[in-house]
Write a protein that binds this ligand. Structure first.
Ligand code: IMP
Ligand code: MG
Length: 187
């Protein structure tokens, strides 16, 4: 199949095959860390951006786990998050005393994910780790440790694809790319 590259896509940074390779390594990290624990970990995906990453990751997993999702809203209308992030959806599983793994598409300023982290921490999990597809580690506004990142990126390029959106589109691009900012008002 020909590569789908809409006009607003700038540079393709990570292709599907490379992403899948990195996700396999993330799975190996999860196996090593959790395989011999007595309880099944709970994988908490952050909607909607984590969907493709989460899907690929869990299909590579060879341990039993439970699945859950939250929606965190940072009211991102353009390229910047506006306002204070909110936890929109409550969890179905009780995280008390459990090994919990947060699955996120990208950790940027960490304002959004740190809200979830504090919320989960207050429910007393046995352990709490974060696995992200992309870590923009230079962009933190609040301190946050990503335990495993498939890709670490310098600076703040605006990324789209593999779950990452601009104005709710481009999540289904089968790669991670930079966005041509001049298209922002044309979408
Ligand atoms: P934060 O700045 O770490 O709080 O990120 C807030 C949310 O913005 C993340 O969960 C992502 O969904 C989104 N985000 C951050 N950087 C990008 C990007 O480069 N492209 C698309 N979404 C992003
Ligand atoms: Mg997100």
């Amino acid at each position: 199949m020909a590569l789908w590259k809409p006009e607003y896509v700038d540079k393709i940074l990570f292709r599907e095959k490379d992403i899948e390779q990195r996700i396999k390594r993330a799975t190996a990290w999860i196996h090593k860390k959790y395989r011999n624990r007595p309880d099944k970990p709970i994988m908490i995906g952050i909607l909607k951006g984590a969907i493709p990453f989460y899907g690929k990751l869990i299909m590579n997993l060879r341990i039993d786990c439970q699945f859950d999702f939250v929606t965190l809203s940072s009211f991102r209308g353009g390229l910047e998050a506006i306002g204070s992030p909110r936890l929109v959806t409550r969890l179905l599983n009780d995280v008390k005393g459990r090994d919990v793994i947060i699955i996120e598409d990208v950790v940027d300023t960490a304002r959004t994910i740190s809200k979830l982290y504090k919320y989960l921490k207050s429910h007393k999990p046995k352990s709490l780790a974060t696995v992200a597809l992309v870590d923009k580690h230079e962009m933190r506004m609040v301190p946050y440790k990503v335990d495993y990142a498939c890709f670490k990126i310098k600076g703040n390029p605006f990324l789209i694809g593999y779950g990452l959106d601009v104005k709710e589109i481009a999540r289904n691009l089968p790669y991670v790319a930079t966005f041509k900012k001049e298209y922002l008002n044309k979408l």
